[in-house]
Write a protein that binds this ligand. Structure first.
Ligand code: MRU
Length: 354
């Protein structure tokens, strides 16, 4: 089994359900969920059954389409109002990954552009096409990022990554792991991938290590706080991470712990690249201070993965899901349109990303 061949998120064959691979069960169980209710789409995103910024966007697009199929009337204006309400609800599931609101806005735009000349069934058909397009584009974008990232790799390189920005976080290939998949296609079989376990939800241990190991890559799992020693021992040649929202100046949010990796990389002189589909670059966010950081339940830190609670009952917990990395720590953003280097405000514009 190779995780690359698992579908992360898709529409069911009969077009009636959102099908997701339940990532909370990995690596122990490969189980697909067929979801039809809006509340279940919301819960799947909130609970990280489907997660990773691009995959969340694709799930939301299909979720919005399915919501529109549940509209009972024939009036396009009423469909738009119904859709808007469902869209706002889905958008409330997670605040940091811009792909969620990006995909939902894109779906709503289709409705608003065509509502005056298409019937309700025709509008639904257009929404379905748009959701499929978002998924297909995500696959192409991830491959293009992989191609640019691959050009930075040398045989035998040690690659460190944080969280999971692989095939499970997208429709296919991933962003930060896409260069590794492309390297395998080119016969570069001797990369060494180091996966930060990524406390507290262990996306690195449960998902990245699973992906890389099932793809036949030399995979090493390390606790987040072992990254410094791995760098000091010169095991790491390059770092690839994903992102959930990139501000116009190049500050970016990604899974909590990413900024610590970037600071270490600067100390040890290791190139630190952020793999970013254009949908993650947010022109409406000027800098990192404006990024809303999701905070999650304390139990994720104290007890979720343990047989017994691992902290004294009632202790205060700070559990941000993401952090913000300063643009000055970034060697480059690998996008589907090329690699943006500092000053990012200018290079984003030159690549047509802003
Ligand atoms: O909380 P998660 O698991 O959704 O966080 C995922 C990440 O932080 C990823 O690095 C990011 O979404 C990019 S995925 C290509």
């Amino acid at each position: 089994m190779n995780a690359l061949h698992l579908d992360t998120v898709r529409l069911s064959g009969d077009g009636q359900a959102l099908v997701i691979l339940d990532q909370t069960l990995l690596p122990n169980e490969v189980k697909y969920l067929h979801l039809t209710r809006l509340e279940d789409f919301w819960e799947a995103i909130y609970s990280l059954r489907v997660r990773g910024a691009p995959a969340i966007g694709v799930a939301a697009a299909y979720g919005a389409y399915l919501a529109a199929t549940q509209f009972p009337g024939e009036d396009p204006e009423a469909l738009c109002a119904f859709f808007h309400e469902k869209k706002e609800y889905l958008n409330s599931a997670r605040p940091t990954a811009v792909n969620l609101s990006w995909a939902l806005e894109r779906m709503e735009k289709v409705l608003l552009e065509h509502k005056d000349r298409l019937s309700v069934p025709q509008l639904r058909e257009r929404l379905k096409e748009e959701a499929h397009a978002i998924r297909e584009e995500d696959i192409a974008i991830s491959r293009a990022i992989g191609q640019y990232g691959f050009e930075l790799l040398h045989p035998g390189d040690g690659v460190l990554t944080h969280c999971n920005a692989g095939t499970l976080a997208t429709a296919k290939y991933g962003t930060a792991l896409a260069p590794v998949y492309i390297a395998l296609e080119h016969g570069m079989n001797d990369l060494r991938v180091y996966c930060d376990e990524t406390r507290p939800l262990l996306q690195g241990a449960r998902l990245t290590a699973f992906e890389m190991q099932t793809a036949g890559v030399d995979t090493t799992l390390l606790c987040d706080n072992a990254a410094s020693l791995a760098m000091r021992r010169e095991l790491i040649d390059i770092i690839f991470v994903g992102c959930d929202r990139v501000a116009a100046n190049g500050d970016f949010a990604n899974k909590v712990g990413t900024s610590a990796v970037a600071i270490l990389a600067r100390h040890y002189g290791i190139p630190f690249y952020v793999c970013a589909p254009s949908s993650t670059i947010d022109p409406n966010t000027p800098d990192g201070r404006s990024i809303v950081i999701e905070e999650r339940p304390a139990a994720e830190v104290t007890e979720l993965w343990y047989a017994k609670p691992m902290a004294p009952k009632g202790v205060k917990v700070f559990n941000p899901a993401f952090d913000v990395t300063d643009k000055d720590l970034v060697t480059g953003f690998i996008t589907e349109k090329g690699i943006a280097r500092a000053p990012f405000h200018r290079s984003f514009r030159e690549l047509g990303l802003l």
